[in-house]
Design a protein around this ligand. Structure first.
Ligand code: MN
Length: 421
């Protein structure tokens, strides 16, 4: 049977951000980090709402496994944050990452959305157990960036999944085996953007094995600050003892059943640490930014949408250039009803976002009720200003292209080649 024998945590605003938008839960058996984003204090609201749902506990274990109940909580957190974002214009567009690890009697149950991370230190070897839902990780997977390029990429803080921006969210979840003396770390990207995995491993392995975990947590946070501290930094460490044989707390009778089918007992809700407020300013792409180079009053982040988008806050003027004619609207509604929406998400076009040439996925049209058929797929490093005006006109004609075609066009622009769109 597993138990958490030691844990330590620290959160820090860092050296650049005015306040801290990370929130966390650190109370055995649950450890979670939420990294909020959005204008004003919205990010802080979103991350706090996420940990508040976890604070409510997993219930009495009568319905479903730990993994299922933890997932349900993440779904609930997404729902609440999304609702709040819809009903309160100050919090429009807010979102948060959430990475949570729960030490069950025999396994570690993990749920994950966004770019906060879970690592395991076993026998001195550090291994990352979660996959970032971020633009650069996507590009690395597609072979378009090397991990080294990704580490330096200007858009590396852009995430493709979060709780809040959409009514539904895809959640990664896993049930992992644990060994005696494993140490796990949950952290926000304020740590991992500043320190390489190698450096994190060195810091975790430094000192004597009997040093308290707090010493290592402090060393990590200090090192991230020394490296620039460009974002809020949250680090949780916990050490597990025991083995994965069934415990004596009711699971013996069902020990032949897989862990996923074993409900476990109630635990009291974990402590929730509320953190200071902050204003994280992440680049956020919304399609109404097409052809709009003005800095918006509301900071935004990019979420790669795969479904209809929520309406913009009232009082915002839509860009005329993207208005579809009535005929097209009817046609597109027809497409959606016949499943064509999904087809529309496999095509691409080129537009501009905050002055940069950007590849968009979808069709360059808005439907009534604020439904958009497109989302930014890849912001390039090429400023629109540097593109020859004649070329610009043809580049932004919103012609439908394949992903390969659109990417090829933009990457040739990035290389400074003269292109014919
Ligand atoms: Mn962050």
């Amino acid at each position: 049977m597993l138990r958490v024998i030691e844990y330590a945590q620290r959160t820090d605003t860092g050296r650049v951000r005015p306040a801290n938008e990370d929130s966390f839960v650190a109370r055995a058996p649950l450890f979670a980090v939420a990294d909020g984003m959005g204008g004003a204090q919205a990010g802080e609201v979103a991350s706090r709402m996420a940990v508040e749902v976890l604070h409510e506990g997993l219930g009495d274990g009568t319905d479903g496994t730990v993994a299922e109940r933890l997932r349900d909580q993440v779904v609930e957190a997404n729902h609440r944050i999304h609702e709040r974002a819809q009903s309160d214009s100050r919090n429009a567009g807010m979102g948060t990452t959430l990475t949570a690890a729960y030490v069950d009697e025999r396994r570690l149950v993990v749920v994950h959305v966004g770019d906060s991370r879970l690592y395991r230190l076993r026998g001195g070897v550090l291994e990352r157990l979660t996959r970032d839902h971020s633009l650069v990780e996507e590009l690395v997977r597609q072979g378009r960036l090397t991990p080294e390029e990704a580490a330096e990429h200007p858009q590396r803080s852009i995430i493709t999944r979060a709780l809040g921006p959409e009514s539904e969210v895809a959640i990664d979840s896993e049930v992992l085996r644990v060994q005696d003396a494993d140490v796990f770390m949950v952290c926000s990207d304020g740590l991992t953007a500043m320190l390489s995995d190698e450096r994190i491993g060195d810091l975790l392995n430094a000192g004597a094995p009997e040093d308290p975990l707090q010493v290592r947590v402090d060393a990590l946070v200090d090192a991230a600050n020394d490296a620039g501290g460009r974002d809020n930094i949250t680090v949780l460490l916990f050490r597990v003892a025991g083995d994965d044989t069934p415990g004596t707390m009711g699971s013996q009778a069902v020990s032949s059943v897989a862990i996923e089918d074993q409900p476990t007992g109630t635990h009291p809700g974990p402590d929730v640490k509320d953190l200071d407020q902050a204003t994280a300013v992440m680049p956020i792409v919304t399609p109404a930014d097409l052809d709009d180079e003005d800095e918006d009053a509301h900071p935004r982040h990019l979420i790669e949408a795969s479904g209809p988008r929520s309406p913009r806050p009232a009082g915002k003027k839509r860009r005329r250039g993207l208005r579809a004619g009535p005929f097209i609207v009817l046609f597109l509604i027809g497409c959606i009803l016949t499943g064509g929406y999904f087809a529309s998400q496999t095509v691409y076009f080129v537009g501009s976002y905050k002055g940069l040439v950007t590849v968009y996925r979808g069709l360059p049209y808005d439907l009534p009720a604020g439904i958009r058929l497109y989302s930014a797929n890849y912001p390039s490093s090429v400023p629109v200003d540097e593109v020859d005006p004649q070329l610009r006109k043809r580049l932004f004609d919103h012609r439908i292209r394949s992903l390969g075609d659109a990417n090829d066009l933009v990457s040739r622009l990035e290389r400074g080649e003269v292109v014919k769109p």
